[in-house]
Design a protein around this ligand. Structure first.
Ligand code: RNT
Ligand code: ZN
Length: 419
């Protein structure tokens, strides 16, 4: 097997070289990219604050596949398994409800100490950490409004929660020597047509100003804001729309988070990368897959994913785009969901890194649009899988479908025992 993998790679390398592509350089670059895995795929966005509490905020994890993680220890165990099946060293993206504490802590009172277990684990395993306030699945978010709520007291609660989260993000960055991104997403919106679309947005802007008022060392924490088109129960109006946050991120020079599932069904985020990076310093991506009403299916290797990675690579944006995952499927093995989504993200990135971009650019610059089309289509048939398999082999993770053997064994030995 190893001999085959290496032999196929050697042939592929030559084929890429003929087009001016250095496959070895592509693999070196790929190895430097840390994808932020979202902790919430592991337990259907439940968290440990009050796991019996249902998920709210207009998002939904459907399915009832057995074996979900019930504690931080189990979640870390599942994550360890997942990372062992993904080539490279990657990050973890935590939500505030994944705190560890024996007594109940109100969300506006969470502190770094509640995440010390995660930091210790991250240090041991060389993971960077990212963070998110949890502005849903809470009694004070039950009527669908948080930072833009008409009640000043409720707004204040969520402002304090978000401030606490930035501090925790900074703590991650400081402790790990690795900058954290803290991303604010809120569910605020109306099911039916509102009369006043402006006032909630004014209140949201004001709340965000208060959240961001205190400077935090950008070496430790970067702030991001995430827009959405609609959610379940916020079909007619979302306060934090794309235009709202685009304007806000530009004004504050913070990160804009583009979630691939948060736009109109035929609208993709690939084309937004070069446009927004002219005006914001960096982007955060939530790599996801929208299907009809859902914005959070497991990421597959489709044209959309490839277009996103092509844009990042072609634009030379790898250092300005933080790549995170965001999906939650409770109908399949959760370790597999993470692994498949993450491996596909990396495969798409490798495909982009193996593109003969120089040659394509030259054709385009010379006005040879026929040649551009022809080459783009030919590139699709290049032996990319030989390079990917070699990379997995080189990084000591299963080659090809073999990762499912590990997952099946893990399911039998660990997940099935959790009944
Ligand atoms: C929701 C947003 C958000 C969440 C996570 C759990 O539509 O995409 O990023 O998925 O915060
Ligand atoms: Zn998202």
């Amino acid at each position: 097997m190893n001999k085959q993998v290496t032999a196929a790679y050697e042939l592929a390398k030559e084929q890429y070289a003929e087009l001016g592509v250095d496959a070895e350089a592509a693999l070196r670059r790929l190895a430097q990219v840390a994808i932020s895995l979202h902790c919430w795929q592991g337990d259907d966005v439940g968290g440990f604050e009050e796991p019996e509490r249902g998920l709210s905020g207009g998002i939904m994890a459907t399915g009832n596949y057995p074996g979900k993680a019930r504690t931080a220890v189990e979640l870390r165990q599942d994550l360890d398994k997942t990372y062992s099946l993904i080539p490279g060293t990657h990050r973890l993206n935590l939500h505030a409800i994944y705190l560890e504490t024996d007594k109940k802590v109100p969300r506006n009172d969470i502190r770094p100490e509640h995440f010390a277990g995660w930091v210790e684990w991250a240090k041991t395993n060389h993971h960077g950490l990212d963070f998110n306030p949890t502005c849903f699945s809470h009694p004070l978010a039950d009527d669908g409004f948080t930072l833009s709520h008409s009640d000043a007291g409720i707004r204040q609660f969520w402002i304090e929660h978000c401030i606490a989260c930035r501090e925790i993000g900074a703590y991650f960055g400081r402790e790990l020597g690795n900058t954290a991104v803290t991303n604010i997403w809120i569910p605020d919106g109306y099911k039916d047509t509102p009369v006043d679309r402006l006032a909630p947005r004014q209140r949201l802007r004001d709340s965000l100003d208060k959240v961001l008022a205190k400077p935090v060392d950008p070496a430790h924490n970067l702030d991001a804001v995430e827009a959405k088109l609609f959610g379940i129960g916020s079909e007619s109006y979302v306060v934090g729309s794309h235009e709202f946050y685009l304007g806000y991120a530009v004004q504050k020079q913070i990160l804009l988070c583009l979630d691939a599932g948060h736009f109109h069904p035929t609208e993709t985020i690939a084309d937004k990368i070069s446009a927004t990076l002219l005006y914001v310093p960096e982007l955060l991506l939530h790599v996801s897959r929208g299907v009809r009403w859902d914005s959070d299916h497991v990421v597959i290797l489709n044209d959309e994913l490839q277009a996103i990675m092509q844009e990042i690579v072609r634009g030379g944006f790898l250092d300005r785009v933080h790549i995170g995952l965001d999906f939650f499927d409770a109908s399949i093995n959760r370790v597999a969901a993470w692994t498949i989504g993450a491996r596909n993200t990396l495969r798409a990135l490798l495909l982009a890194l193996l593109e003969p971009t120089e040659m394509l650019r030259e054709l385009e610059m010379n006005g040879d649009l026929t040649g551009r089309l022809a080459l783009l289509e030919e590139v699709k048939g290049l032996p990319f899988t030989a390079v990917w398999d070699f990379y997995c082999h080189q990084q000591n993770v299963p080659v090809g479908y073999a990762f499912m053997d590990d997952i099946r064994t893990y399911e039998k030995q660990v997940l099935a025992q959790r009944a």
